[in-house]
Design a protein around this ligand. Structure first.
Ligand code: NAD
Length: 477
């Protein structure tokens, strides 16, 4: 439909690309304009059954492929992703809206995941138990089997890779359902895997109505593992579906990250760090810093400095080099955020910057709300957009109560120069990941995941492989 936008708008099943051919289609929209730019075919029940059959057939072959051979294909895919960075990044920005510089960074991160997991494939060690001479007892770690992977639209290629790369490296086959918003960039990454020589049926891509696809795949006895990244309600729904077949699940769900700013921090340096971080990917990040609790003595200076920097964030099309923040990914986000901001206003919040939807496309202004009471919905519901909320705290105990008051427990951050306080925060904040004086919590070698309603299971690090492995004890007398 739109120039330069027609790459791999197709299903990838059993090693072949499937176009419309009478299938229903989903309209892909450019979030910077709201215009339709393409049509992606939706998988039929027959497509899904063929994908399941191909996954089941490919699994024993892929499982028994030597780890070095699996790793070589994944390294080759990583190299192809790097070679095709510009093309993939352009598709990503057209579909999702983020600035091109962020899209290029996401593609680089995607390639890095495939490389890291390729190397880790050769280090899936088991254990040898202590037994009398002549006897042998070993604990093996083996691939769980075919995986159904559901990834979201905020980092469409990176988060798909966070599921696919460890699954494939571990020896599992994968049927991935990418998000409706971003079929072409995810298809382009799948093309890299296919071109790298991944055997037919080992990794497949099925587009479609999420509920139709997930019900069909999860109900199949072929699927042994379900991995989902998205919202808490959908995660709970998929867990219920998985329970019927006692399938293992990994759930990377939402968050509402608190940021505790103590009065001993370097205020300007902290603001220079936190404001760009808040508006990265227009705030559509599960670990986005959102609830800023600031110690009384610096509260007013903090919100004033935050508001000044917020007003300086340039918004526009992600294809424009001057843009620091693009549109939101779909029409649901500006609508949901506008409702939360209006509710906060009626609860007495001060709008320090932004607060309104933008013109054309799915824009919302970079926004700071100060003095937001806990009774405002935005203090409990994840905005998943470019809105920061600020409130005061008095001391460490008060800060911890506020940080831990929600059922979410994904990421939390704190800024302080006091070492003992930093240690206490690391110990006592209820979150799967804590950043102290940093937002760098996503290293490839580090587990990434939540606790409480934010889910369980890790993506990243050796822990990320556990999701795709089962243990088996073999005893020999
Ligand atoms: P949503 O709950 O409608 O969908 C979230 C994701 O789940 C989408 O990618 C969607 O394709 C998928 N999905 C929805 N129903 C599904 C089903 N029945 N089976 C399988 N997949 C299904 O929410 P949304 O409006 O797209 O996104 C907003 C919310 O999603 C945010 O509030 C945020 O909490 C959450 N989210 C979280 C992450 C994350 O990284 N943890 C990423 C994206 C969205």
């Amino acid at each position: 439909m739109s120039d330069g936008y027609d790459a791999d708008l197709a299903l990838f099943v059993g090693g072949s690309w499937r176009l419309g051919e009478g299938r229903d289609a989903h309209i892909v929209v450019d979030p910077a304009t709201g215009d339709a730019i393409g049509e992606v075919p939706l998988a039929t029940a027959a497509d899904l059954d063929e994908a399941l059959a191909a996954s089941a057939a490919a699994w024993p072959l892929w499982r028994d492929t030597p780890a070095e051979a699996r790793a070589a294909i994944l390294h080759k895919a990583a190299a192809l992703i790097r070679e095709r960075t510009e093309a993939i990044a352009q598709l990503l920005t057209r579909e999702q809206g983020k600035p091109l510089v962020e899209a290029r960074g996401e593609v680089a991160g995607t390639a890095a995941i495939f490389d890291w997991c390729a190397e880790e494939a050769t280090r899936i060690y088991g254990r040898v138990l202590v037994r009398p001479p002549g006897q042998r007892s070993v604990v093996l770690r083996q691939p769980v089997g075919p995986v159904a992977a559901f990834s979201p639209w905020n980092f469409p290629v990176y988060l798909m890779a966070k599921k696919m790369a460890p699954a494939l490296a571990a020896g599992c086959t994968v049927i991935a359902k990418p998000p409706e918003e971003t079929p072409a960039c995810t298809g382009a990454v799948m093309r890299c895997l296919a071109d790298a020589g991944l055997p037919s049926g080992v990794a497949q891509l099925v587009h479609g109505v999420p509920d139709t696809i997930s019900r069909h795949l999860i109900a199949s006895p072929v699927i042994r593992k379900v991995s989902f990244t998205g919202s808490v309600p959908v995660g709970k729904h998929l867990m219920k579906l998985a329970a019927d077949g006692l399938k293992r699940v990994t759930m990377e769900l939402g968050g509402h990250a608190p940021v505790l700013v103590f009065d001993d921090c370097d205020l300007d340096a902290t603001l220079d760090l936190v404001v760009p971080q808040k508006f990265r990917n227009a705030g559509q990040v599960c670990v986005s810093p959102t609830r800023f609790y600031v110690q009384d003595a610096i509260y007013e200076r903090f919100v004033t400095g935050f508001a000044e920097r917020t007003r300086a964030v340039t918004t526009g099309s992600g294809l424009d080099a001057a843009t620091k923040m693009g549109p939101l990914a779909n029409i649901r986000r500006p609508q949901a955020i506008a409702a939360l901001v209006d509710d906060a206003r009626t609860h007495g919040a001060r709008v320090m910057a932004g607060g309104e939807r933008g013109d054309g496309g799915f824009f919302f202004q970079p926004t700071l709300l100060a003095d937001v009471p806990d009774s405002a919905a935005i203090m409990s519901n994840e905005p998943f957009g470019p809105v920061a909320v600020a409130a005061r705290f008095s001391d460490l105990d008060d800060a911890l109560i506020k940080a831990n008051r929600l059922p979410y427990g994904l990421a939390a951050f704190a800024f302080t120069q006091n070492g003992r306080r930093a240690n206490l925060l690391g110990d006592q904040i209820e979150a799967g990941m804590v950043g102290i004086n940093t937002f760098a919590i996503g290293g490839l070698d580090s587990p990434f995941g939540g606790i409480k309603d934010s889910g369980f299971g890790s993506e990243g690090g050796p822990e990320g492989f556990d999701a795709f492995l089962v243990t088996k004890a073999v005893h020999q007398a």
